[in-house]
Design a protein around this ligand. Structure first.
Ligand code: RP5
Length: 163
């Protein structure tokens, strides 16, 4: 089956800490994805080829995660009209605030849907990507509702020690 969601990241180092959680969440929802390393700084030609060809490859949504001077989501969005969801990776020096500011302050005209720093942002990017796809996929819409219901059911009514 063709992957509908592309997960791209600036470095291998973004995968275990952050972007893997986007992939895991999509897998839980039965959404086919493809994960690739595409660096705006180190592999600019790869970025160009990916972004220009993403629609023709069959992708519907792009999740782009990067840290530090995080140009990947914005540069990707500049070269495709597919929805781009940006995940700021938590950096060592500035705890991801640099990543967040790099991604979130896009000038008017080229949108990047920016999520929270780190794991939470990666998980939510996947949930948003699934919600976008679910607009035209009833079965996925059902799985997404079930995922949310399971999460709700897992919240205890009261706190306990050692949990
Ligand atoms: C960014 O630089 C990557 O997205 C990563 O978050 C950060 C550091 O990359 P490495 O030096 O770990 O490869 O481009």
């Amino acid at each position: 089956m063709t992957a509908k969601v592309a997960i791209i990241m600036g470095s291998q180092s973004d995968w275990p800490t952050t972007m893997k959680y986007a992939a895991d969440t999509l897998a839980e929802l039965g959404v086919v994805y493809e994960a690739r390393i595409v660096s705006a700084h180190r592999t600019p030609d790869r970025l160009y080829e990916f972004a220009k060809g993403a629609k023709a490859e069959g992708f519907s949504v792009i999740i782009a995660g990067a840290g530090g001077a995080a140009h990947l989501p914005g540069m990707t969005a500049s070269m495709t009209s597919l929805p781009v969801l940006g995940v700021p990776v938590e950096s060592h020096a500035l705890k991801g605030q640099d990543s967040l500011y790099s991604i979130v302050q896009m000038p008017a005209g080229i949108p990047v849907g920016t999520l929270a720093i780190g794991k939470a942002g990666a998980v939510n990017a996947a949930l948003l990507a699934a919600a976008i796809l679910a607009l035209n996929d009833k079965a996925l819409a059902g799985r997404l509702e079930a995922w949310r219901a399971k999460q709700t059911a897992a919240v205890a009514a009261a706190p306990r020690d050692g949990a």
